[in-house]
Structure formats: C-alpha cells, structure tokens
Design a protein around this ligand. Structure first.
Ligand SMILES: Nc1ncnc2c1ncn2[C@@H]1O[C@H](COP(=O)(O)OP(=O)(O)OP(=O)(O)O)[C@@H](O)[C@H]1O
Ligand SMILES: [Mg+2]
Length: 453
C-alpha cells in the first residue's frame, strides 16, 4: 500500500483535538484526508469504531464509499453494502451513515463510537452535530474525536463558522469553557498537489463560477456572505420541523412566476399572528396551464386558501392575446390577488417578519421541508448600487424569496388607501369588538381600525 498525503492532510490526520475541522476550498483533499485518517486510525486501534457521515445516502455512496473501496486494501478490509459497514481484519469497523432529516440522528441513539467524521459539515445542522457528539464514548482508552471536513456555504455555514473559524487563529487550538479543544485547519485548492498535477485545469473551471462561489470554493474563504442581505437569517431560529397546521388557521399562497421558474409558497397564520411557510413548489419551465395544475395538485383537497398573491406585472395584458397572465391562471383554476412589487419596501417587510423579539423568536418560520426557500434566502446579496435592495442574480435563487416578499408586503403593510379606507390585518380583539357591535358600530370600527384584509 502506497499512500502519500499533502501537508494539510497530514495536519488533519495527526490532529488529536476533541474537534477538528478541515475546511475550505473544493478539491483541497478533505474527503480523501478523512478516508486515509479513518484507515490509519482503524489499523492503529484494533476493534475501534468509527462513523463517517454525509447528509444524504447518494452523496455518501458516490463519494466516500466509492473512494474507500478503491483505497482500502482488500486483504484487510471487507465492505458490507447492505449494512453500510466496513470491517478490518483487526476487528475495527467503519460505519458509513447519513442523516437526511433532522431527526435521523436518533438512529444512532444507542450507538458508541471512538471517532465520528462529518464530511461536508455545513450540510448538517448544529442540532445534529451536537447530538452526535454525545455518541462519542467508550472505555477502551482510544482517543475520542470528531473530525469534520467541509466547504464554506450550506445550511450550516453560520454555526460552523462561529464554532471553528471565528473563535481564533486558523491552525491554533481553541479551548472551550469545558476544557475541550477545537482546531480549524484551512484548506486551499493549491494544497492538493495531487489534484493540481493530475488536473491542472480544475482551478480554471472553478474560476468561471459566480464570484462568491469562487471565493468559497477556490480560496476557501468563509466570509462569502459579506454582502448577505438577510444576515439575520438563522436556521435554528427561522426554520421548524413540519407539523400539522390546524384547519382553522388562515392560509395564503404566494406566487412568483416567469417562464424560467415558478415559485409558490404556502403560508399559514396562527391565531397569535405567527406565520409559517409550510409548503413550497419550485419548478422550472412550466407553461401557465401546467403551473396552475401543479399548484392545485399540491394544495390539499380540503385546504381553504384565503388568497393567492401574485405581483402586479402578472396582471398586465399581453399585446398579442389581450389577456394577462393572471387571467390565464384564473382560466386554469388559480385566481390571483394583486400584491405589491415595491422591492425595497417588500424586503423591509420580510426583514420585519424575520426580526427576533425579546425571546429570540421571529414571527415568520419556515418548515424545514421548504428547502429551496431556506437555501436561497440567506444567499441573496445586497445590491451595491442600491443597498436597500437585493441583487437580481444569480437569478435562479431569486424566485422563492420574491414569492415570500410578495406575501410579506401584502400582509404586513396597509394597502393603498381606497375611498379613504386603509386595509390592515385585524387582531382577535378587533374582531371581537366588530362582532359584538351593531351595523353603525361596525362602520365606525372599520374607519377606526382600517378595513380588514
Ligand atoms: N493524498 C492524495 N493522494 C492522491 N490523490 C489525492 C490525495 N488527496 C486528494 N486526492 C485526489 O484529489 C481529488 C480531490 O480530493 P477530495 O475529493 O478529497 O477533495 P475535497 O476537498 O473533499 O473536495 P470537495 O470540496 O469537492 O469535496 C480527488 O480526486 C482525490 O482522489
Ligand atoms: Mg469532499
């Protein structure tokens, strides 16, 4: 067996800190480093147990399992594909696992490992990481460690950065209040001399990516979200596990539609005014009839939708047919209510909904199943020429946030006064007053509170 490693891989492999992060550029040799490290650990410590994790099984299979099969010598290693377990002759095992859903970590509830390895740590949530840390134990005296590798970006970018990158100098160990040590080993693509030799054009290909991705993937820069518009977005605050929405909560749909992409979000409002984006539909290249069909199909048969919001440009008539897109949607069974297209005001409304109250809670929460919105919202960048607006590119990430913006401005802002009347959201108390008043009283209340939405 003849394996050489880069300097950075050597640092990763020899680290015995409680937690190690090998983080940075794509192609820095991180996953390979994990596998070599796992092999050396397994051989050095007989009957040791290790777990290697990716977020989804297909990622695991395509990368780590495949590479391990070609890297680990067959004379001493066998892999059981149905159990996803590799076994060495000296009794050491390596389990290959994945945690696609937040709660998948519970499958390891009774497991015990000496080392747990996360590949692409920023794809995991902090909850998953902290839960799995507790599975590191055993009385064999072997070093107990968490070893992770990752690119910047992904749902876990913020917590990983805070845990490893922001706590001190790269390469210098950090000790937390409990005396546990962490180290961050940055990787750049040039560190992987093997790849630079075998595929010299790799760097050029990375350079053709959008600017932020070049920073993250080529240079391993963690400050990719410098221009992040929704810097307040926090996965642990703004997302929740799905739950059954009570049937009496008011529900909206909000749509952003262009030929290139349809984004439709379903939003429910609790009686206390909390909002939940509970479903999303994001599909490319649909004609209006198909888009309407998909929206209807994804809405429950007994689900009462109070209004389906769409931006004003969908209401303008096309010169050829004389019909607006909104009318075509209506002919296909989806009737729109016009929201506003004031971008800057709309984004401010989204910010308002994401703002945390004194208890650290926000009014708006997104079901974790709405992966496109959760991915795109934190990726939106501030427009350098108009700091209160977002950049309109990369265009593919704008659709789901645009749909949310349409809802936010419609719901939180009074609409333009009509006949001197202003529309607004009424509280339960206001409705109580209204129902207990006679017709004159009701007229008065509408003037006082504004017309209800
Ligand atoms: N020590 C090494 N010896 C030989 N080849 C290596 C070595 N380290 C990495 N490579 C090769 O370089 C390429 C990139 O390595 P690897 O996949 O580990 O990078 P990565 O940092 O995990 O990339 P990504 O960020 O895309 O996941 C792979 O083809 C891998 O086999
Ligand atoms: Mg990798």
């Amino acid at each position: 067996m003849d394996i050489s490693v880069s300097n950075k891989q050597y640092l990763f492999i020899t680290s015995e800190h409680n937690e190690t992060l090998f983080g940075g550029a794509a192609g820095g040799g991180k996953s390979y480093g994990q596998l070599v490290d796992a092999l050396l650990y397994a051989l050095k410590y007989p009957k040791s147990k290790q777990l290697i994790l990716r977020r989804t099984f297909s990622e695991l299979e395509k990368s780590l399992i495949r590479v391990s099969l070609s890297l680990y010598p067959r004379e001493i290693y066998t892999y059981n594909a149905s159990k996803h377990t590799g076994r060495f002759k000296n009794g050491s095992i390596v389990d290959f696992g994945y945690c696609a859903n937040e709660n998948d970590v519970y499958q390891y509830q009774s497991a015990e490992y000496d080392v747990i390895r996360f590949d692409e740590l920023t794809h995991f949530t902090e909850f998953q990481y902290l839960y799995l840390i507790s599975r590191i134990r055993g009385a064999n005296g072997y070093p107990k460690m968490i070893k992770s590798s990752t690119n910047p970006g992904g749902v876990g970018h913020s917590w990983v950065k805070a845990r490893f990158v922001d706590v001190g100098e790269a390469g210098t160990p950090y000790t937390d209040a409990d005396g546990r040590s962490r180290i961050f080993i940055p990787s750049r693509v040039d560190d992987n001399t093997f790849l630079m030799k075998s595929d010299p054009d790799y760097k050029k290909r990375l350079l053709s990516l959008p600017k932020n991705q070049v920073k993250a993937l080529l240079y391993g820069d963690w400050n990719i979200f410098e221009g992040q518009y929704f810097s307040e977005f926090d996965y642990s605050v703004h997302t929740v596990s799905p739950f059954e929405i009570p049937s009496h909560w008011r529900r909206y749909r909000t749509v952003d539609y262009g030929l290139d992409r349809l984004a439709c979000l379903w939003v429910a409002i609790s009686p206390l005014g909390e909002m939940y984006v509970y479903r999303e539909l994001c599909v490319s290249n649909l004609m209006i009839s198909e888009a309407a069909e998909r929206i209807i199909a994804k809405t429950g048969v007994n689900e009462q939708i109070y209004a389906t919001l769409a931006p004003p440009d969908l209401f303008s008539r096309s010169q050829e047919s004389g019909k607006s897109k909104a009318l075509l949607f209506e002919e296909n069974g989806v009737r729109f209510t016009k929201s506003s297209n004031n971008r800057e005001a709309g984004w401010l409304c989204v910010k308002e909904l994401l703002k945390r109250d004194a208890n650290g809670e926000s009014r708006l929460k997104i079901f974790r199943t709405c992966t496109e919105l959760i991915k795109c919202l934190p990726m939106l960048e501030t427009d350098p020429l108009k700091p209160s607006d977002t950049k309109n590119e990369p265009h593919e990430i704008t659709h789901a946030p645009d749909a949310l913006r349409g809802f936010a401005i419609f719901y939180t802002r009074p609409s333009e006064p009509k006949n001197g009347r202003v529309k607004r959201q009424w509280s339960e108390d206001m409705w109580q007053d209204y129902y207990s008043a006679d017709s004159k009283g009701r007229e008065y209340l509408i003037k006082k509170y504004g017309e209800p939405i």
